[in-house]
Design a protein around this ligand. Structure first.
Ligand code: Z5A
Length: 226
């Protein structure tokens, strides 16, 4: 299904805490592979050895005292390594890359959450992404209180909240509004998924969007064999 020589597609999953991104990133990759599409699953922060080191430091909260600008730069540094070592090689090999969080999380968490100047964030995005843009971004939308409650029920919650989970409900509502604003501003790239529904319904909605926005297009653009 991945046509030889064609570049792969980057699909990003974004949204607030506990919206179901990780659950559906795994399911999406499984479904793409069932269709015969070569696909990798990756995440941010992380997704490459260097970026995973930065992930541990960032989520521990040790960098919070540096302020949102420095945190954004560190997320950016992790993203550069992740893109260079994981994302670009896979896209160049024609694979689909399914990424659990990406640059919209910086816009939402450090931008709306940390109240950073949008000009600073745009400049950072330019240097970290270059010309790379997701082909499709799925914005998982769920009321902040419901997302936090789901996150609190995960087995990993026993270890206590991480740097961002520990923020108050107003912070998380601001994130939700920021993700919806990104989707409204870039409807060609983004699709909002109502993630408050049962898991199966959400999985079907994800498959429908990917099929209509990406797979149908890829099929149309296939160069017929000479
Ligand atoms: N961050 C940032 O600040 N800046 C950046 O640039 C980037 C990231 C890239 C990464 O955390 C943190 O870094 C993140 C933002 C910040 N903030 N925090 N915390 P992470 O990668 O460790 O975790 P996460 O991305 O925040 O995951 P999450 O949002 O907490 O969860 P999720 O992936 O959206 O949800 P889930 O783990 O798939 O599901 C949560 C639970 O709900 C789980 O038990 C599921 O079985 C259940 N679930 C899933 N779907 C449903 C439905 N439909 N109904 C009921 N229950 C469901």
């Amino acid at each position: 299904m991945n046509p030889p020589g064609a570049r792969g597609c980057l699909i990003t999953l974004e949204g607030g805490e506990g919206a179901g991104k990780s659950t559906h990133a795994i399911r999406l990759v499984r479904w793409l592979r069932q269709l015969g599409i070569k696909a990798i699953l990756t995440r941010e922060p992380g997704g490459s050895p260097g970026a995973e080191v930065l992930r541990r430091v960032l989520l521990s909260g040790q960098m919070a005292s540096l302020g949102p600008a420095a945190e954004a730069i560190l997320f950016g540094a992790a993203r550069v390594d992740h893109i260079d070592r994981t994302v670009e090689p896979a896209l160049s090999a024609g694979k689909f890359v399914v990424c659990d969080r990406f640059s919209d999380s910086t816009r939402a968490y450090q931008g709306a959450g940390g109240r950073l100047d949008p000009r600073f964030l745009r400049a950072l995005e330019r240097v970290t992404l270059g010309s790379l843009r997701p082909a499709l971004t799925l914005i998982f939308d769920v009321p902040a209180a419901e997302g936090l409650a789901r996150a609190g029920r995960r087995p990993s919650a026993a270890a206590g909240p991480d740097r961002f989970e520990a923020e108050d409900l107003e912070f998380h509502e601001r994130l939700r509004a920021a993700f919806l604003a990104i989707a409204a501003a870039e409807p060609g790239r983004c699709a909002v998924i109502n993630a408050a529904r049962p898991e199966e319904e959400v999985a079907q909605a994800v498959r429908d969007v990917v099929a209509s926005r990406l797979l149908a297009k890829a099929e149309r653009e296939k160069v017929p064999n000479a």
